[in-house]
Design a protein around this ligand. Structure first.
Ligand code: MG
Length: 262
């Protein structure tokens, strides 16, 4: 069942979205060789609690972290660890969410640690463009398939893979609500979009195969061929004035994070 939000609720939602983006930005600024993903996680948790939020991911299904930190061939759901140290040329996809006033903000970004290989940067840039293309379709009267189609077309026309096993989702007072928001689809198919829907659009795009496997820890999702994957996400409200990115902070447009470095 899809929970539609009132304009008032969408306004309230912006608090969670702003904190989620601020935390993502601050954590991303800490990405450099020698830093562990556990240090990134600690910073995220401190920031969220300092600003009156609670980490949305921590304890969700038993997940131990405030952030998911997924390196290189890892697509999503990497568990932060003191043993995972970032190295020059890595990419790290950080996904985090803060709950504020009962609303869950959910956002992700793939950051560069130093200078990744050109083909890996190109993958990241395309995945970011996929997020933009998906958001553009998030308008009343369109269908979910329009979002997925836009993302899939852009990714596959550049020779990249689109995950089928993991998808975006509705967001609200729970992190995962209906509907599922696939990164693939057919124009005009699927649920019709209407004002008041809030969804997390999150393309997960791969350099090689789109086949993935869950690791021994029961969480981390990695590509079967060991090639890189990228992941970008925003929480979006569908309104009669167009898509509104709820995961925005005072530093302005999330677009200022383009390039993967800050
Ligand atoms: Mg999500």
């Amino acid at each position: 069942m899809i929970h539609l939000k009132t304009p008032q609720e969408i306004e309230e939602f912006k608090g969670a979205g702003a904190l989620s983006k601020m935390v993502l930005r601050r954590v991303g600024a800490m990405v450099r060789p020698g830093v562990s993903t556990f240090e990134l996680d600690q910073l995220a948790e401190q920031l969220i609690r300092m600003h009156g939020g609670t980490p949305s991911f921590k304890g969700y299904g038993g997940f131990p972290g405030t952030i998911c930190a997924s390196l290189n061939e890892q697509v999503v759901h990497g568990i932060p660890s003191p043993d995972v140290i970032l190295r020059e040329g890595d990419i790290v996809s950080i996904d985090t969410g803060a709950t504020v006033d009962g609303w869950v903000g959910d956002n992700a970004w793939t950051f560069y640690c130093g200078e990744p290989a050109p083909e890996v940067k190109a993958l990241c840039e395309c995945t970011r463009d996929c997020l933009v293309a998906g958001i553009e379709q998030a308008v009343p009267g369109n269908h979910l398939g329009d979002i997925g189609h836009a993302i899939q077309t852009l990714a596959e026309s550049n020779g990249y893979g689109v995950l089928r096993d993991y998808v975006g989702h509705g967001v609200g007072r729970r992190m995962h609500e209906d509907p599922n928001v696939p990164n693939y689809g057919k124009k005009g198919k699927g649920v019709k979009l209407q004002a008041g829907m809030v969804i997390a659009i999150e393309p997960m795009i791969t350099l090689g195969t789109n086949r993935v496997t869950v690791g021994k820890d029961g969480w981390v999702v990695s590509t079967n061929d060991g090639k890189a994957a990228a992941h970008y996400e925003n929480t979006i409200a569908i309104t009669n004035d167009g898509p509104v990115i709820l995961t925005q902070d005072k530093q302005g447009s999330w677009c200022s994070m383009q390039g993967g470095v800050m």
